[in-house]
Write a protein that binds this ligand. Structure first.
Ligand code: C2O
Length: 559
């Protein structure tokens, strides 16, 4: 069955009687080992229901989603619904040791959350160890019944998941890196809906993903970057892409031939099948504008296939941008504006209660056992604090008032100032701790995320749990608090949950802390999360009736 036909069937199954306002959608996630034969490897990978990528969750805005997760693998597991706001339901957010203890082997946990005020494409993924390499899938939130998209309705829709593939076991890859103190091996291939594609295959006869189109129709691609460590360019030979949404928020539509998508980000694009009948290549390739960082240079490919194309007809190739094509990346991100219509206003906080500057970057700490690293190890930090994972989940510690799990002294500014992107300090060591930054309910927060050049400047896609934020400003070099705010866009900035901090530059984000709980913020390059580029916000309960964390579910896993 063609994938878009499958999508159509799924979508029509969602058609509800008009009197039903919202409903509960039940899913079962059986976490099991599975050998995916098309990837030509003898190893089994951790999957949900034996699928790679995992099953897509469909819901409508306003629905309640109930997912029973059964852990049948040797690893502890937790699942994160990336970008779902989880209003007052942090228990269902998923990051291990932040909002819950992981689900142990043989145990189950039911994630139960309501999708409020959101519609669009998101993703779900494992949020422990490196399991999200293979444990991930799409999360599609359709608008409420009868509410149209704010753009011409496409004829068909399809979910496209981009990811990375390692021939060897990913847990072994990261464990080896931790032991050595050095960077982990890069992936062996990128994938498009689970296939590296016909061009660079990791073995013969892997085939590839095919998007079948009919001339004259329009298709909406729900693109998801589920890769662990790489930002990706995506393009389709001979076709323009019209961007209509990022991170489940509508944007002012614009046309481009290449998109940039970081791990954790999602992008909806419209593609018109308006070219001559034939086959056209889809290509996903790495963006990395730091020369010394090793990346997977393979290009994943798939095929856009017009009906009526002769089997023998050649494929029109797509030429991916070079890996360091910063101008291509900038052209895309600089074009993003929220739709900011009457129906979907951009509620950008205008007055700020907490004005924070967070440096994000790497560091080097001594490590007596790191032979390969010559007695030192690479670490990462926010404001020079390398986050130490607790053994009790932070949200439980907060809710039950368990002392000694975390401290609330996360620094709102760098502990010592230096020329972040230029002359580096001689001491590159970081401190460590389990620190959170505390804010009151409904406070407004501005964070300048400032990259550092420690080891090397690098683009960090930073993800905030529990909120969308507005990306109000961005620049190169060191943020200047006197002049840079004048250039902020406080009218229609893009609203996102994950944002790329440019190499050797900064971004400014703003959000309203209208969701009580403990909310993780971290670099969505998994290698940097492992190294400690993570922290959490603690948002106190408000005084109103719907401004407190709801009590934890009975089956919340224990540590
Ligand atoms: Cu998609 Cu904390 O991650």
């Amino acid at each position: 069955m063609d994938s878009w036909v499958r999508v159509l069937i799924l979508v029509s199954c969602l058609a509800l009687p008009a009197f039903v306002e919202s409903r509960t959608r039940h899913y079962k996630f059986n976490v099991v080992m599975k050998n995916i034969s098309r990837l030509c490897s003898s190893k089994s990978i951790v999957t949900v229901n034996g699928q790679f990528p995992g099953p897509t969750i469909y819901a409508r805005e306003g629905d309640t989603v109930v997912v029973k997760v059964i852990n049948n693998v040797k690893y502890n597991v937790s699942i994160h619904w990336h970008g779902v706001r989880q209003l007052r339901t942090g228990w269902a957010d998923g990051p291990a040791y932040i909002t819950q203890c992981p689900i142990q082997t043989g145990q189950t946990y039911v994630y139960n959350f309501t999708i409020t005020g959101q519609r669009g494409t998101l993703l779900w993924h494992a949020h422990i160890l490196w399991l999200r390499a293979t444990v991930h899938g799409g999360l599609v939130i359709l608008p409420k019944l009868g509410v149209p998209y704010p753009f011409p309705k496409p004829n068909h829709e399809t979910v496209i998941v981009l990811a990375e593939w390692w021939k060897s076991d990913t847990e072994a890859v990261i464990n080896e890196a931790i032991k050595s103190g050095l960077a982990p091996n890069v992936s062996d291939a990128h994938t498009i809906n689970g296939h590296p594609g016909p061009v660079i295959s990791i073995c013969s006869s892997t085939g590839g993903f095919t998007l079948n189109v009919a001339p004259g129709n329009t298709y909406m691609l729900r693109l998801i970057n589920a890769a662990l460590n790489e930002e990706l360019f995506f393009k389709i030979a001979g076709h323009k892409l019209t961007i209509v949404e990022v991170d489940a928020t509508y944007v002012k539509p614009f046309k481009t031939d290449t998109i940039l998508i970081a791990p954790g980000q999602t992008t909806n694009v419209l593609v018109a099948a308006d070219q001559g009948v034939g086959k056209y290549m889809l290509a996903a390739s790495t963006f990395m504008d730091t020369a010394i960082v090793a990346v997977d240079n393979t290009t994943a490919t798939a095929t856009l296939h017009y009906s009526g194309t002769q089997a023998s007809s050649p494929t029109t190739f797509a030429t991916p941008p070079s890996r360091n094509a910063t101008p291509v990346a900038n052209r895309f991100t600089n074009s993003l504006r929220s739709l900011n219509s009457n129906m979907y206003p951009a509620k950008v906080p205008q007055k700020i209660d907490h004005s924070l500057l967070f440096t994000v970057g790497l560091g080097i700490n001594p490590c007596s056992t790191c032979k390969a690293g010559n007695g030192s190890r690479v670490v990462a930090a926010v404001n020079n604090v390398t986050f130490v994972m607790p053994t009790t989940a932070l949200l439980q510690a907060h809710y039950l008032n368990i002392k000694g799990v975390f401290t609330t002294d996360f620094p709102g500014n760098p502990p010592f100032k230096f020329d972040y992107t230029g002359n580096l300090p001689s001491n590159l060591a970081t401190t460590s701790g389990t620190k959170v930054y505390r804010v009151s309910y409904n406070d407004t927060v501005q964070v300048i995320l400032q990259d550092t050049g420690v080891i090397a400047p690098e683009n960090h896609p930073v993800h905030l749990h529990g909120f969308n934020f507005f990306a109000v400003g961005k620049g190169l070099g060191n943020y200047n608090p006197n002049t840079d705010p004048n250039k902020f866009n406080l009218v229609d900035p893009a609203e996102r949950n994950t944002i790329g901090v440019p190499s050797g530059g900064w971004v400014a984000i703003r959000f309203r802390a209208d969701n009580p709980g403990v909310w993780f913020m971290h670099c969505h390059l998994e290698v940097h999360t492992t190294w400690g580029l993570k922290m959490a916000f603690l948002v106190e309960n408000g005084n109103g009736p719907n401004e407190s964390i709801i009590p934890p579910p009975k089956d919340l896993p224990k540590c």
